[in-house]
Design a protein around this ligand. Structure first.
Ligand code: 5GP
Ligand code: ZN
Length: 118
């Protein structure tokens, strides 16, 4: 399967690693929108949040556990935001489940952060 994030998880495409274990890989986003912008992905291919099932949902708990661990290890003390975009309306561009970990700046919240674009 021709999947960018599968290739990144396998090291076939270079990335800046933040954390890795047998189940997940975390790396720096190539186009950060906050001073700290990491992506946390399962090593197994799941196309997005809409494909989470009873069989594979344990990985989501592991990803959130990993996010908390990474935040502590990276000294992120003032808060962080985790986002997953699913499908075209949400702006998902890479069809491999990934969680954006955003930090390093005070972020706004409200309707303007989900402004309609078309
Ligand atoms: P999405 O838009 O699907 O929620 O997020 C995809 C993210 O992947 C974007 O923030 C984009 O900057 C990042 N991205 C796309 N291609 C690459 C790449 O080759 N390397 C890295 N490190 N990030 C990428
Ligand atoms: Zn994949």
């Amino acid at each position: 399967m021709d999947c960018l994030f599968c290739k990144i998880a396998k090291g076939e495409i270079p990335s800046t690693k933040v954390y890795e274990d047998e189940l997940v890989y975390c790396f720096k986003d190539i186009a950060p929108i906050t001073p700290i912008h990491y992506l946390i992905i399962p090593k197994m291919h799941i196309s997005g949040a809409s494909e989470i099932t009873a069989e594979n949902s344990a990985i989501v708990a592991h990803i959130f556990e990993t996010a908390a661990k990474i935040a502590k290890a990276e000294g992120i003390q003032d808060g962080f935001r985790i986002i997953t975009n699913c499908g075209d309306n949400a702006g998902q561009t890479v069809k491999h489940l990934h969680f954006h970990l955003l930090a390093g700046v005070k972020m706004g919240w409200g309707p303007e952060s989900v402004q309609a674009v078309e």
